[in-house]
Design a protein around this ligand. Sequence first.
Ligand code: AKB
Length: 313
Amino acid sequence: MNPKILIIGASGQIGTELTLKLRQIYGNENVVASDIRNGNYEVMQSGEFEILDATKSERILEIIQKHKIQHVYLMAAMLSALAERHPKKAWELNMTTLFNVLDLAKDRHIERVFWPSSIAVFGPSSPKQNTPQDTIMNPSTVYGISKVAGENWCAYYNKRYGVDVRSIRYPGIISYKTNPGGGTTDYAIEIFHGAIKYKEYQCFLKEDATLPMMYMDDGIDATIKLMQQKPFAEYNSYNVAAISFSPEEITGKIQKYIADFKVIYKPDSRQEIAESWPQSIDDSKARNDWEWNPKFDLDTLVKEMLQGLHYKI
Ligand code: AKB
């Protein structure tokens, strides 16, 4: 039997594509999308959509009961760069929404929860290369602090109350359907728009700021695959890796198709965030535990992005 699913944050970058893929797999009637604002046309048209402020627990419960929801994907969050501008608001949003969902799961209104973590859990003292699953985590951003705290709370609810909650530490997710907002890895999406529209892009990171990244399809596959596993013995927030690249490297790949594309480097405060994060990730635990395996490398990612944005190659 297909589970009845609720996506919270279905109008965001990952939420949009996750909703569409889950509807394709489980049927439009089994996947309810929700967000504080309307979603894109495809999301709004292909199934049920509810306006939801996920800081309001009673409203989440109302939607869960109305649609007999079993699985919840909580995708609403304020990302790293924006959270540095609104630290308290980011903390409140990221933590209140998580507690609301965990408490509803604790009270057995929800059977299974997906909560996204991030490479932002790591900080200046974490190893930069092949950052292990278990290592020093001393995030220097509010977003990272909220993700480390969130991981600890998920582990606590799992152990103490038997809540089935699962997490992935997303790297930068690259996609063309819905733009991200407020992240440090956002440059790797903006750069394609700049290349196609203006043949020029002003990059807010330095040319050698290498970060772990992943094409959206792999990110969605990882998320769904993790949620399809039988309950785990304990909570883990899994490292997942696909590609690592710098602005300079992705520029070179785009220039293979748009030869006169130019990038001007004007690093801002986001450079400091990037420097505090890993450059590459060891994801062997995810590969061993649930056979995680990404499909897209940098060449295929660049091709998919250009084609997705209607650039003829
Ligand atoms: C961000 O840049 O804040 C996010 C992330 C890596 O979690 N994309």
